[in-house]
Design a protein around this ligand. Sequence first.
Ligand code: SIN
Length: 462
Amino acid sequence: MSQTHQTGGHIVNAGDVLIVGAGLAGLFTALKLAPRPVTVLAEAPIGDGASSTWAQGGIAAAISEGDTPEEHAADTIEAGAGIVDPEIAQLLAEEAPARIQDLLSLGVPFDRDLEGRLTVGLEAAHSRSRIVHVQGDRAGRAIMEALIAAVRATPSIHIVEGFSAYELAVEDGRVAGVFVRPTGDMLPSPLLLRARSVVLASGGSGGLYAVTTNPLTSRGEGFAMAARAGATIADPEFVQFHPTAITGPRDPAPLATEALRGAGATLIDEAGMRFMKAVHDDAELAPRDIVARAIARVIQEGGKAYLDARDAVGDRFPTAFPTVYGNCQLMDINPIRQPIPVAPAMHYHMGGVLVDADGHTSLPGLWACGEVASTGAHGANRLASNSLLEAVVFGARIALDILRTVEPSHDVPRMPMMKAIPRQQPPSPIIKELRQLMTNYVGVVREETGLRHALREILRIE
Ligand code: SIN
């Protein structure tokens, strides 16, 4: 059980609200709370190390003529393999257009057509085109740039950069702050940031896998802290593998966005045959888990899988998908003329700290949003471009809940100027071993013998 009284140490008053994490979920919640004073804890200079910045897909929202939140919710439920919470899917879809408006007001330059209307793209398992993008595949970066500028211009938001949370402090059954240390470092004595409300927005766990599209610093610390403090964790085994990470020596693996398949790119084997047609009626646009398993099977049988965008995208590649194009160039692949070699990679953790419709966890004083949370919106298979959406919808709901339920204390935070330069640690041999174990035995296809082996090995490593 977490505790406040570690021996020695310092206590700093972080005020009414402390947000752990400075990705999209954390920053959006902070902005929605303004002018209520908040402290945002960022492991690195804000924007660095947040998987939101890397997001290539956009945000799903029923904003085009003829589309409805009901259809968006139905697609979300259908993709989620029977265990999406329908009420949560509906509220996610209903609130999506308003959150897109919020992001536009913050200056996010979503793509528009010649008449100035927002353009919407297609991604797998959506029955309609409903994804807003920025310059094709740059949504994450553009959204984060706009939010960081807004946060820096908001006097009520105090940023603490270069510190990582490692334990929740619980007093009399209520979360009362977090213990922190300089990122990548150990402190001789604990430092407690005390706050009346804590919002966990610490991201996912992709860095625990050898093949991932996530920053390697995403190692599930948020889930672990919450679990140790006694919070309910839901569906921790629900890990989503993106079907098309670009294979090669780069770690993390660069993504080839699903919007490429939405634009007509196909999946082929070494012989140039489209293998998805035999697997699912929607072929390349089948739900993500089905496509990932099909590619994994091709590779397991000794073959190779490629994403072929030569006909569908061709010469438009550099302008239509600049991020993927840049990554291909770095790997000596010319996607205008060559199919891109791909493999599934750990992409998103759907399970996590269980929250209700207001983002409240099972622990008083603790809320959670973004990848660390389990809202019930994704079931066992998240629909493409619903993750940035979930981060902003639940960030807004949490802000509202805190404003409604936590009286302002008028307690002025006594935050000293805290900034640490994160130390780059080379991955230790133990972490490398753990990552390989996770990819080999807790990956796309799992079975009992492999999982038992992984558990034994994890206990040995521990
Ligand atoms: C992608 O661009 O394919 C990723 C979108 C997502 O994970 O929702």
